[in-house]
Design a binder for this molecule. Structure first.
Ligand code: 5GP
Ligand code: ZN
Length: 138
C-alpha cells in the first residue's frame, strides 16, 4: 500500500467511496468526477502505477471486474454504448498513478472527446512502426 495514493486508501477502506464490487484482488467504485452518468473505475487492490508495471494476472482480474460492472451499468442505465478507457502517463492524462480502468457509459452524440473517427492511414508509416514494435515482441 502506498500511503499517498488515493486508490490504495480506497482499497484499504480508509477513504469512503461508492463501492460497487470487491473481491480478493480487485475493487470497483463510482468515479467522483463522472464524465457521464454511471462512470465507474475498476482497480487492482495492490498498487501498480500503470499498465507497463501491472502483472498480467492482475490485469486479467481487473478486466474481469470491469466486465462485471459494465454488464451491471449497462443493465441499470441502458446507455447508448460504453467504453473501457485506461490512461498511462501524463501524455495520456493519467491523473491517479494507480492502475485503473474507466467504465464509461456513453450517450447518443454525447460529444465526449474520445472518438477519433476513421481516417485511412499511411501504409508505409504503419509498416515502419509495425516493424519497430514487432521487434520488441520477439
Ligand atoms: P485518470 O485521470 O488517472 O485516468 O483517472 C483518475 C480518475 O479518478 C478520475 O476520473 C477522477 O475523477 C477519479 N478520482 C480521483 N480521486 C478520486 C477519489 O477520491 N474518489 C473517487 N471515487 N474517484 C476519484
Ligand atoms: Zn495505489
Amino acid at each position: 500500500m502506498q500511503q499517498d495514493c488515493i486508490f490504495c486508501r480506497i482499497a484499504a477502506g480508509e477513504t469512503p467511496c461508492f463501492m460497487l464490487y470487491e473481491d480478493e484482488f480487485t475493487a470497483a467504485f463510482m468515479d467522483i468526477n463522472p464524465a457521464s452518468p454511471g462512470h465507474a473505475l475498476a482497480i487492482p487492490k495492490r498498487h501498480f502505477p500503470d499498465l507497463y508495471q501491472l502483472p498480467a494476472d492482475l490485469l486479467a482480474a481487473t478486466a474481469a471486474t470491469a466486465q462485471k460492472v459494465a454488464v451491471a451499468v449497462s443493465a441499470a442505465l441502458e446507455p447508448a454504448g460504453l467504453n473501457l478507457v485506461q490512461a498511462n502517463g501524463p501524455g495520456a492524462a493519467q491523473s491517479v498513478l494507480h492502475f485503473h480502468l474507466h467504465i464509461l457509459p456513453r450517450g447518443d452524440r454525447d460529444g465526449m472527446r474520445l472518438n477519433w473517427g476513421l481516417q485511412p492511414g499511411d501504409m508505409s508509416q504503419i509498416e515502419q512502426i509495425y516493424k519497430c514494435v514487432r521487434a520488441r515482441l520477439d
